[in-house]
Design a protein around this ligand. Sequence first.
Ligand code: FAD
Ligand code: FMN
Length: 565
Amino acid sequence: MLETSKLETLKKLLATVSQEELVWINGFLSGITHTISIPNNIQESGRVSNAIDKITIVYGTETGNAKSLATQLSIYARKKGISVKLSALDQYKPADLAKEKYFFVIISTQGDGEPPAAAKRFYEYIHRGDLSIPHLEFGVIALGDSAYPLFCKTGEDVDIKLKEAGGTRIASLKKCDIDYEQDATEWFENALAVLRSVNSPTLPSVGKVQSKNKRQIYNGNVVGHINLNDTGSNKETYHIEIATEGIVYAPGDSIGIIPSNPIELVDAIINITGVDRDKVIDHRGKSATIFSLLHKELNITYLLPSVVKKYGNITQQNIPETKIGLWDLLNIYPVNSPVQFETVIAELNTISPRLYSISSSPSAHGDEVHITVSKDNYSINGELKFGLCSNQLSNQDINSNVEIFVHKNNIFRLPENNKDIIMIGPGTGIAPFRSFLHERNALGANGKNWLFFGDQCFVTDFLYQTEIQEWVATGLLTNVSLAFSRDQQEKIYVQDRIKDNGGEFYKWLEEGAYIYICGSKDPMSIDVENAILEVIQKHGDRSEDESVAYLEMLKSNDRFFKDVY
Ligand SMILES: Cc1cc2nc3c(=O)[nH]c(=O)nc-3n(C[C@H](O)[C@H](O)[C@H](O)COP(=O)(O)OP(=O)(O)OC[C@H]3O[C@@H](n4cnc5c(N)ncnc54)[C@H](O)[C@@H]3O)c2cc1C
Ligand SMILES: Cc1cc2nc3c(=O)[nH]c(=O)nc-3n(C[C@H](O)[C@H](O)[C@H](O)COP(=O)(O)O)c2cc1C
């Protein structure tokens, strides 16, 4: 509790501020604490019923949409005189659910229907089965993208679990597509109206409202395409330059591409099933020939378990749960007729977009977008196979066309020009940092820059070596720490370099540096985070708990960012 004298001073100050200033102060305090309640005595006069005076809004986000929505909604609620506790799910203690009364969750879906990394702990907590929250009134806004088969799955799961644990829905689950702003804000407005049993004035929509599920697609032309790995490397990583007109993005954003299925594979599927390639059929509202659907629209390379199960039901065969593509399925468990295959087609999902971090900078490269694509490979029964989209991009000819869209990441952004940044990006994780460095170079930013990069071998896998060396020579890069895992007997990774340079790393942190991690989620980003904790503990002379608290402080002060996949 605040001392009485301090409270009096605060009350006096608050009595003098305008509504706009109040919202600003609110945001300012949120920035400091990440979790803030506004006292009831600063409610907008006469607008509030006594039915509800306090709510909690938590958000789980990967690329910032849920965060910005949660922030907008909390500003709205506070304007209505409701006290709001706003918290990121990785900062929220799940045990606090027992103390909540009115609880709103805004959460996106990632991967194949998975929660955002920062929401995993909360998600697992509510799935434990022993949660009992009969006092809780809750509402869930699920952010998703109907281009993915498991649309809004995480929000659905959260809604179901909170209900199963005894909670009461304030309003039914709100599933939102990429054009989420208006839908979500209207839903929230109604939910608050239900709680307060009064009609709220119409809530203005937050941000630009897109037409229903329409992405802004840019037609790109491939103007540069080189393999960054040298002969003898185990890898192929392509630097691809795409010319577009009018594209708008910021360093930290990705582009999305929807790949198509190889024509030979589609032809083989049509032959083996005997289906009429030119027959026009309807797939979830879209009419096209069977060939066109299989080539451009439907995911056939790697089926979700739910689709394999439906295939088994349609063809009346017992198929074990397995990772499998349609071609293998048709060979091992054949359909009995073209008509039966048409029933299978109806159950196929659409092809999901693939994202690639943008490695160019708007200030340095104008209308061109660059990406850094690693050709993905895997084997099935000893046979080498390549990832659908990365393989297509690897084989792209100069002058060929490619359709792209921008996937914004509003929580992976450069700080002000004078701030120091530490970038940890092994492999293709280098991509956004090439963008950051070109951008800082073009803007003449004077903050210090430290890059950690690693891959297998110096000679063959030092991606963007010439540019990096040039940036060292010009002083743009203050420090570069390299880790080539296979150049010596023992494996050395970027996390080892962080520890080797722990003293200086910690000094940068103490001086206010921002940390960015990009690349593989598991194990790289986990090992790097552990290495940073070790550095804070050792060089900051802190206990394990204190170093965790220090890292939490960096996260809540928006000085620690991850973009991992
Ligand atoms: C925010 C973000 C940024 C990213 N940035 C980059 C980047 O800068 N550079 C980059 O290279 N990548 C990046 N990625 C990864 C990229 O989006 C793709 O996931 C990657 O290229 C693989 O896609 P693909 O279509 O080539 O492979 P897919 O065809 O999707 O295959 C991927 C994996 O699925 C499995 N699989 C596929 N088909 C089958 C099958 N029939 N049977 C069994 N298993 C199968 C295999 O394990 C395979 O390795 C990023 C991802 C995200 C989310
Ligand atoms: C790699 C990846 C996988 C995704 N998987 C799903 C999914 O399975 N289901 C879904 O509805 N949306 C999926 N999405 C879409 C996101 O949920 C959507 O873009 C959302 O607005 C992101 O919100 P956030 O920025 O708060 O994380 C996926 C997005 C990405 C980048």
